[in-house]
Design a protein around this ligand. Structure first.
Ligand SMILES: [Zn+2]
Length: 340
């Protein structure tokens, strides 16, 4: 089969579209013919070099396709079924996994990170990871859902414990996590403030349901938040940007507010004034992916049409370098998807 592999870390030039042996599914696995694989910022981090990535390595986290083969032990899905792939790898027998806390498993990782991913034509995965999708959801839409929606769902519900009517600041409306978080917060009747970098993205953010959109290049986020909330600040900040927005995110919180972060797009190190943290009684929470149960829960809302994936642009898998360059420029509103 054809796959995109990296043999060394670096820029888009290290992405190699090449022939590799077909995977053979184990008895508890299914073989998927990949129809779509969405990019995430994680693809860029892995390509640039992350510890735990063994070379050569197949990239790609969010995958959708059809089942073409099922292992002997698999009974709940069939050949021909359209599925998306739950993008997480876990041992499925440790105390955390059997408690349903897969993202705390010591072996937990994401497809395309410490294990091979779905930038390929055939993908062997445990049957538990194959989630049937409704007929009306196309493969590009289906591949655009899993990582960002389970991440935003875990951040807002599992970590920040959102309650109806709260005010939520979502950084970066055009990102996958931003698009998911705006819609999930609206599902909880929250008042949503978000940020975007130009008029077109601001308009799209309003269409997704954001109540207020701040232009983060022309306006100071915390000042606008103060004006919108009459000086109070927000209950929850959804952070994934890092140093470029961190100070503004912390300053936007109300007393006893919660900042939850799942990413570091602009870098890994930030400053935190401890006097501000304790005197304002703030909570700063880390969040990583979500559990299988949370994935099924958020997928229920997607399959019912209450939450909508947004596809920005589709590239052939063979043009993966152009797709990475496009993602790196952050011109997108929504997901960038590869088609084998
Ligand atoms: Zn485990």
């Amino acid at each position: 089969m054809k796959a995109v592999r990296i043999h060394r870390f670096g820029g888009p030039e290290v992405l190699a579209y090449e022939s590799v042996p077909d995977p053979k599914p184990r008895k508890d696995q299914v073989l998927i013919r990949v129809r779509a694989c969405a990019l995430n910022h994680l693809d860029l981090w892995v390509r640039n070099g992350l510890p735990g990535v063994n070379l050569p390595h197949i990239l790609g986290t969010d995958t959708a396709g059809e089942i073409v083969e099922v292992g002997e032990y698999v009974s709940d899905v069939k050949v021909g079924q359209r599925v998306l792939v739950a993008p997480m790898s876990f041992c499925n027998h440790c105390a955390k996994c059997v408690a349903g806390l897969q993202n705390q498993c010591r072996q937990f990782t994401v497809y395309g990170n410490a294990v091979d991913g779905g930038n390929c034509e055939l993908f062997a995965i445990p049957a538990v990871n194959a989630v049937p999708i409704p007929d009306w959801l196309d493969f590009n839409q289906a591949a655009s859902v899993p990582l960002v929606f389970v991440t935003a769902w875990h951040m807002l519900t599992g970590r920040a414990a959102i309650r109806p009517g709260q005010t939520v600041l979502v950084l970066g409306a055009n990102s996958g996590v931003g698009i998911a978080a705006i819609q999930i917060a609206k599902l909880f009747q929250a008042r949503v403030i978000t940020t975007a970098g130009d008029e077109r993205k601001m308009e799209r953010a309003h269409e997704l349901g954001a109540d207020f959109v701040i232009n983060h290049y022309q306006q100071k986020i915390s000042e606008e938040v103060r004006a919108i909330t009459r000086g109070e600040g927000v209950d929850i900040v959804i952070e994934h940007v890092g140093p470029a927005t961190w100070q503004e995110s912390v300053r936007s919180l109300k007393a006893a507010g919660t900042l939850v972060t799942c990413g570091a797009t602009t870098g890994p190190k930030v400053e935190l004034d401890l006097r501000f943290l304790f005197s304002r009684q703030l909570s700063v929470l880390g969040s990583y992916m979500g559990t299988m149960s949370e994935l099924h829960e958020v997928l229920g809302h997607v399959f019912a049409g209450r939450l909508k994936p947004v596809v920005d642009r589709v590239f052939p898998l063979s043009e993966v370098r152009a797709a990475h360059e496009y993602l790196e420029k952050s011109q997108m509103f929504g997901k960038v998807v590869l088609n084998p």
